[in-house]
Design a protein around this ligand. Sequence first.
Ligand SMILES: Nc1ncnc2c1ncn2[C@@H]1O[C@H](COP(=O)(O)OP(=O)(O)OP(=O)(O)O)[C@@H](O)[C@H]1O
Ligand SMILES: [Mg+2]
Length: 489
Amino acid sequence: MLSPESSFDEPLSHKTPMLGLKLWVVIGLVVVFSIVLILAFLTSMYIMIQNRKRLRKDVMISEKYKLPILHVPHVSKEIKVVGDQEMNVKGSKSSGRFLDPLVLFSGRRLKKNSYDNESRISIEKSNTVSSSFISSVDLHSPLMALPDQFSHLEWGHWFTLRELQLATNFFSDDHIIGDGGYGIVYKGDLINGTQVAIKKLHNHLGQAEKEFRVEVDAIGHVRHKNLVRLLGFCIEGTQRMLIYEYVKNGNLEQWLHGQKCSLGILDWEKRMKILLGTAKALAYLHEAIEPKVVHRDIKSSNILIDDDFNAKVSDFGLAKLLGSENTHITTRVMGTFGYVAPEYAKTGLLNEKSDIYSFGVVLLETITGRDPVDYGRAAHEINLVEWLKTMIGSKRSEEVIDPRFEIRPSTKALKRALLAALRCLDPDYTKRPKMSQVVQMMESDDDQMTSRNDRSRAHSKNTNNAHKVTNEAPRIEHAGRRKSASSRK
Ligand SMILES: Nc1ncnc2c1ncn2[C@@H]1O[C@H](COP(=O)(O)OP(=O)(O)OP(=O)(O)O)[C@@H](O)[C@H]1O
Ligand SMILES: [Mg+2]
């Protein structure tokens, strides 16, 4: 006699036409398959709803600011997204925990009687974000009209990763401007229409993060027309980014040796304008603010150029603050080969005089159109500084000028620039001039000379004598010889 179980099992144990599988196996497979299908359907519905939500938000932002939607970005799983309550530091909601240590400032002050009245600096001695920070953003600020989700700091903005992804089409390759020692630089278009340069620092480098903190603290408040302005930063998860004003016209290296040469050779006046602006920016960093800032990586690629050929010194990533009580600090040797002061390279001894040496190298590079170190040249010409000293020593200073100039500068202008460069390059750093003195040397152009000369004539009984004094050409002290203005070309 059959048991009830065996009578129930029997039909299930029958073989089906499907590959000869038993009925219960087929039923099991159908059930599993259905569950998988339902799960897949539910997952895709969920993803679709999330995407729609995101798209709707982007459309709202784009409509508000009348901008096209670039894409619908996805936040990487590797990135820890900072919660809203943390991101919103607007007004009195700011918390010390969130701000420290990036926006707790060291009380930088503008020195009294600063010689440079071109500086526009907004410095407050403050340990918290001001509740009236909005009023500190001037009407012409590139940060105006950014949406509420941007966190306004006292001097700039804390950008979200998402905004920067939108600005760079998800950091796509066609937004890359260049790749330097500390990260990739992207061009970004903010939703208020402002163009920015975003320096995305290499991840997982303690050094990069440290530089980031130093840079944010050092230059967030510092403003000068010849310094690239830092607009803000972004920290999310492992991401560290600096957001700068976008400087359109390339950098000095590109104009002297690179891609910009195809647009024409920079004339003498433009070159000197760029170098004078650079000298003013350095004088400001060294002498006008307290504590002073040593740049530590002055080189032609760090001198950006705007549409009017004004210099905009970039990259304070290597900057260290120097308290006024310190004359120099010892640190690991940084900077770039060819521009580094001898004492700095040998000992790591650093003070603002090493910036002055590097400036001297850039000045020579600009006068001659040669690279600071060029292995493509004959052995005695590889090192620009050594070659130049030899040339001047053998009374051939006229020959060092960039041969590509269509109109050569006057002999006087050339000698003035060479003299300034040589003084900056003094091997004894204590003898190098201050940057403000370099500015003075470079500013005494021919026009000023002429008007001073005219005044002298008017007030002097002995006009011939006055003319002789004011037209006297500068001496090139290192070459140990003196040239008169009569040799002017
Ligand atoms: N604010 C900016 N506006 C426009 N272009 C910029 C800006 N900042 C940097 N760049 C450009 O991005 C490129 C990469 O710059 P980056 O500073 O990373 O490299 P670098 O100057 O060659 O080397 P280093 O890292 O030693 O400074 C350069 O061509 C530079 O001119
Ligand atoms: Mg740079």
